[in-house]
Design a protein around this ligand. Structure first.
Ligand code: ADP
Ligand code: MG
Length: 242
């Protein structure tokens, strides 16, 4: 078992002749919740998609569990991951079907699939919505479904790209609290992307600040945000770089 679940060196992405990011060194340890924070357009989603093997880097290789990812094994490695985006991306089916279909695509069927679906719908407080059509859900309910679906897959790593960005404040607050506790309880290896740095204290062990495609700061939540984190009144860490 490799020390880092995900690691990369000199990872670069260029698109349309523009440098999107250059990351000299990246690692995500098992059981760690890493927050990737930075303003809009800093390259967070591009980096997340690259680490999740959905975007091929221009230079460098992503290593998953010690093995270099390439075209030959990317699909198999992606089956060990789960992603949640800002939009819930649900199928036009019931909440339960959304989980069952995702499970079947990963080869989980029958009683095992049913039990996992029930367990995670329950855990995210949406068991009563199991028969509801996904398109009739509120934003918060849809995102709960999307999270329940991701957890039901029992991934080795969870990628979250601004999962709360389109939710209203009270919904975001309660989901953040619940998710933070769950990630800790499960020891889930997680890359959490956000431009809203006030979300970080709820979730992260470690923070990486991305600005114009470069990591300008990395460390514990306290190292990056200092004492201000206690009051949850934090400044944007990229303000220094401007
Ligand atoms: N497919 C693409 N082709 C060209 N440029 C892109 C593409 N995807 C993203 N970009 C550019 O890369 C930069 C970083 O985007 P993104 O990774 O979405 O940032 P963030 O998630 O931090 O907002 C932006 O300037 C964006 O316009
Ligand atoms: Mg983004």
């Amino acid at each position: 078992m490799a020390e880092h679940l995900i690691a990369a060196k000199d990872l670069r992405l260029r698109l349309d002749g523009r440098d999107i990011f250059h990351i000299p060194e990246f690692s995500l340890q098992r059981g760690e919740v890493l927050a990737l924070v930075g303003p809009n357009g800093s390259g967070k989603s591009s980096l997340l998609l690259t680490l999740a093997l959905l975007q091929e880097p221009t230079e460098g290789t992503v290593r998953f569990d010690g093995r270099p990812a390439g075209r030959d094994n990317a699909l198999a490695l992606r089956r060990r991951m789960a992603l949640v985006f800002q939009e819930a991306l649900l199928l036009d089916a019931t909440v339960r079907r959304n989980l069952m279909i995702a499970l079947r695509l990963r080869g989980v069927t029958g009683r095992e699939a049913e039990q996992r679906a029930n367990r995670w719908l329950d855990r995210f407080g949406i068991a009563h919505l199991a028969s509801r059509k996904a398109r009739r859900l509120s934003g918060g309910e849809a995102q709960r479904t999307s999270l329940a679906r991701a957890f039901a897959l029992e991934p080795e790593v969870l990628f979250l790209d601004e999962p709360f960005a389109s939710l209203d404040y009270p919904t975001r607050r309660s989901l953040l609290g619940e998710l933070g506790k769950l990630l800790k309880d499960m020891n889930m290896t997680t890359l959490f992307v956000t431009h809203d740095y006030t979300e970080i204290p709820y979730l992260a062990d470690r923070v990486m600040v991305l600005y114009e495609g470069r990591i300008i700061k990395t460390g514990s939540v306290r190292q990056v945000f200092g004492d201000q984190i206690v009051e949850r009144k934090v400044w944007a860490p990229w303000e220094d770089a401007e």
